[in-house]
Design a protein. Structure first.
Length: 224
């Protein structure tokens, strides 16, 4: 998995212009400002500082040019801060719960739902009913993955592959951020960085995934 870049942090592409970068910075600073999260249990100060650092580098043509060369031709060197963080994690464990098991459960669940959707899709000129026995077996196979996600209190609307892949990447780069903040970051990413058409497509795909998941689960209930 690649390192998180300043472009990733702001949610813009590498060819973004100055206005796009400034708009992304302003949106994120406003969204994550402590005054906007006064009732939350997490501190967004360090996140805002990272956003401002990203903006400072990318808004200056010279520093951006140097930065672009570095990320296109990376020479990976572990920093002192990273070494300290690794030692601290070995001593005390991850700064937030490991997100990988939830991603793995969702990944397997998405695979099962995609496979079941093919079986459930009506076929033209055919009166053949879906293979209920096979679907019931798949529903049974899906159940442990669903329980993992529920036990982790992962909101159902984030089980879709697009969200889980994004959340895993961000968690791997920001392990000190609590899950609720990661969810908020994902929502902001969709709102700020995706066009209306792209957002509609992702939302529709998520709704279809959840609908197909419910259909699959129903087969397990029918066999109970």
């Amino acid at each position: 998995m690649k390192d998180c870049t300043y472009y990733d942090l702001l949610g813009v592409s590498m060819d973004a212009d100055e206005k796009e970068i400034a708009d992304a910075k302003n949106f994120l600073v406003k969204k994550m400002h402590p005054d906007e999260n006064i009732n939350s249990s997490f501190d967004t100060t360090s996140y805002i500082q990272n956003v401002l650092t990203a903006y400072r580098i990318l808004s200056d043509p010279d520093s951006r040019r140097v930065y672009d060369r570095r990320i296109r031709n990376p020479i990976r060197r572990e920093t002192r801060a990273e070494r300290e963080r690794e030692r601290e994690m070995k001593r005390t464990g991850p700064l937030s719960p490991n997100f990988a098991p939830y991603w793995e459960a969702a990944n397997k669940l998405n695979g099962l739902v995609s496979e079941s959707a093919v079986l459930l899709k009506p076929r033209k000129f055919s009166r053949q009913e879906p293979d209920a026995e096979r679907l019931a077996a798949m529903a049974e196979e899906a159940q442990p993955h669903i329980l993992v996600l529920k036990d982790g209190e992962i909101p159902r609307r984030y089980w879709f592959a697009h969200a889980m892949n994004w959340l895993l990447f961000q968690w791997s780069q920001n392990r000190d951020l609590p899950y609720p903040l990661l969810y908020s970051m994902y929502d902001s990413y969709l709102e700020q960085c995706k066009s209306a058409l792209e957002k509609k497509k992702i939302t529709s795909q998520n709704a279809l995934f959840l609908n197909n998941l419910d259909k699959l689960i129903a087969y397990r209930q029918l066999q109970s």
